[in-house]
Design a protein around this ligand. Sequence first.
Ligand SMILES: Cc1cc2nc3c(=O)[nH]c(=O)nc-3n(C[C@H](O)[C@H](O)[C@H](O)COP(=O)(O)O)c2cc1C
Length: 374
Amino acid sequence: MVDQETWENTVLKKLKLPNGVVASNRIMRAATWMGQAEEDNRCGDTIIETYGKIRAGIVVTGFQYVMHEGQSVRRMISNSRQADVDGLKRLAGIIHSSGGLAAAQLVHCGCKGLPKYSGRDIFGPSDMEVPGLKGEVIQVKAMTVDHVERVTQAYADAAKRAEDAGFDVIELHGAHHYGLWQFFDPSYNHRPENDPYTGTSIEGRCKAMIDAVRAIKNTVDIPIQVKVDSSSDTVRPEEVGELTKRLAEAGAYCVLFSGPDPTRKPRDEEDVYFLNDAMVIRSIAQDSGLLFGLVGGIRSPETVVKLLTGDGDMDAAFDVVQLSRPIISEPKIMHRWTEEAKIGAQKPARCISCNRCFAAGLKGGVRCVQFGDE
Ligand SMILES: Cc1cc2nc3c(=O)[nH]c(=O)nc-3n(C[C@H](O)[C@H](O)[C@H](O)COP(=O)(O)O)c2cc1C
């Protein structure tokens, strides 16, 4: 049971970002593709209405592709053309009017892009074959160095559009086996030793992500946070620790730890499934000056407080926590928990992490199928 004072001193503690902008609390809405962009992938009334219901200190948008070849799923937000700015402005505006700071998550999905959407060839770090949605074989072409540099520039251009649209924060998507992670992970990156983005050294593997942070930093004046996987079958958390230190040197202010198979079904509400790897990374990068965040399976107010205070068996705390599915199910869960703290009766999220919300997104739009709309 969390008492009101603890809730106020931890979760409702304000978060001052490097540019002086202040988030009203420590809960971020994790980036969540809603499958609700318009047919041409601009932001229209449907997605604006959805974001208008969400309450969180920082609301990270669903992933926005920075080049059309990097689109991986239907109705994903485009931030690849000037024509996208008006919709992005409305998106940042509705988040602000709901009391949150607005963060734009940027991505190039690399070899997880689908020709079905972009009508183009699919590019990644290396020539390889990957399975498509229906088991078909997709031939991925290795990006040339010039191509990787164009993608880096596309990140910076998208960040500029986001800044012009009024976003307060950029979140770089370096997780979930998308483009930037693919360069870091040697199971995707087979580039030779003499290539600047080589998969044979930690410098080469980090370069695409680090270059993207630097390019964004040189272009906009808003803080950059990066979401990374904490490990994978082929990457140890210690290596992500090295990446994290470099992200700090490049100018990121916060790194958030996710992992492969991000939308797991926790065994119980305390099963915060990336915690152990995140703690390893955190210990390696603890002197970097970064803020740290965690996402994945966080469903109860007690867990949120524990993560923010480092209580119990954890020897260090996180600065922020991110929630995705609990906020799909209850967009105002943050308000509910705050009201319930006043009477000492907080109930966990109603979300059971069943992932039926995701399946709904593939048909019409993401919503809580289990319990219905709030
Ligand atoms: C419908 C749906 C869409 C998602 N879209 C994104 C996305 O656009 N970018 C991203 O980094 N993660 C995405 N995720 C993953 C979440 O941000 C989060 O990492 C994951 O759901 C675990 O957190 P949770 O247990 O609080 O749901 C998505 C998850 C769901 C369920």
